[in-house]
Write a new protein. Structure first.
Length: 407
């Protein structure tokens, strides 16, 4: 049995699955993944809870499985959240330095960040993260720590991630209904990037795309810092729906054919091929055209990547992705998904694998576990910090900024 004080748990309540990953911090500060639990998700649509009792049972099943594998008791989790209501944008803050000698102090930095965080959000929204970026001192760009410098005008950009409070709180309530505490609420796109990217990749610029069942989350790094985040309320379930509608199939059959015969790009060699299967228990046969299946699937996946590419291009970041694109989530398993992403973004594309963490390789090498592992890593950076009292209004404090910059 492990010491519970060294245990960190990341919990992702996704549309397709609920995943709980258990990590342990060694006395030397090394993070080691020691357990995982997962269950089929119920009561969740587009990464948001729509049936609390069903979702609670799915979470309970995943937690029990993780406790058994890790041989520990779980008392609290770092909870990942997503959904079409989650938004990210960068805000600018300015602070005049008024000291007689114009030396910039920590209070000046705090005031500049505070000004950047003073944003007009809809009344029903709360800030999930406020992530400090580079400072500007009297026009000098790229300052990482202005304390001790001389200047009259201090500026800073802060990337703000926010969402609808009640819709986030539904997930928190589902977890607390199981007598578990929520240490912090973390946007899934940021968590996935923590698990996958190295410091060098963050410096060179990278795009992480988390392809889930109900949503697609993405995050852009450049110059070592978070520059942009986004959520599309489109995922693997939408591909299944397209196939069911286009091929006139039940959803269960469409999902099975997607997994067995699907591809993110149409393969010319399947032209004219038919897929034959039992229509029902009577043994009656039914056939569908494999070419049609792949074309329907490829159209939806291409549209998803195009939306992301256009959003990043509008943000002026498409030319700053020197490390390329990294795919994770269950959708990263789709055949030829990397080829499609390469065509869309014109960049090298890799399957995201967990870095800088030790433990079970079977877990670390699975792209569908990246978000939950990233939640554990988020917790490892916070472990020595006091947890926020209210996880809904949690913002990343300046002391935690490097978690998303260099972590």
């Amino acid at each position: 049995m492990f010491d519970s004080s060294s245990i960190i748990v990341g919990l992702e309540i996704g549309t397709s699955k609920v995943c709980a990953v258990v990590g342990e911090m060694s006395d030397e500060g090394v993070l080691n993944i020691i357990g995982i639990g997962q269950s089929k998700s119920n009561g969740v649509r587009k990464s948001e809870i729509v049936d609390s009792p069903a979702a609670e049972q799915a979470v309970r099943d995943a937690i029990v499985q993780a406790e058994t594998m890790a041989d520990c008791e779980i008392h609290s989790v770092y909870l990942g959240v997503s959904g079409g209501h989650v938004r990210g944008f960068t805000n600018h803050g300015v602070h005049p330095v008024v000291s007689a000698d114009r030396e910039i102090m920590q209070d000046d930095v705090d005031d500049a960040v505070k000004n950047a965080k003073s944003v007009n959000l809809p009344a029903e929204n709360s800030i999930l993260h406020a992530i400090r970026q580079h400072f500007v001192v009297d026009g000098q760009q790229g300052v990482t720590n202005p304390v001790g410098m001389l200047g009259a005008r201090l500026e800073v950009d802060v990337h703000v991630v926010h969402g609808v409070t009640n819709r986030v709180h539904n997930a928190v309530r589902a977890v607390k209904g199981l007598q578990l505490e929520v240490e912090s609420v973390v946007f899934n796109g940021l968590a996935a990037s923590l698990a996958i990217l190295t410091n060098e990749q963050k410096e060179m610029g990278a795009l992480v795309i988390d392809l889930g069942g109900g949503t697609t989350n993405y995050a852009v790094y450049a110059d070592g810092i978070i520059k942009h985040t986004g959520v599309l309320a489109v995922g693997g379930d939408h591909v299944t729906n397209d196939l069911a509608f286009g091929l006139k199939l039940p959803l269960g059959r469409a999902e099975a054919l997607k997994i067995e015969h699907g591809s993110a790009l149409f393969d010319e060699t399947v032209a004219g091929q038919e897929i034959t299967f039992d229509r029902d228990a009577s043994g009656a046969k039914r056939s569908v055209c494999k070419e049609h299946l792949q074309r329907i699937m490829a159209a939806r996946m291409e549209e998803t990547f195009q939306w992301i590419a256009e959003d990043i291009d509008r943000a002026g970041l498409l030319n700053y992705l020197g490390s390329g694109v990294f795919l994770c989530g269950g959708g990263a398993r789709i055949p030829r998904i990397a080829d499609l992403a390469t065509q869309t973004f014109g960049l090298p594309v890799s399957l995201g694998r967990t870095n800088c963490i030790s433990g079970n390789k079977a877990v670390l090498d699975h792209p569908e576990f990246a978000t939950a592992i990233g939640l554990v890593r988020f917790g490892s950076f916070q472990q020595s910090k006091p947890a926020p009292r209210n996880p809904i209004t949690h913002t990343v404090k300046s002391t935690l900024t490097n978690l998303f910059r260099r972590g």
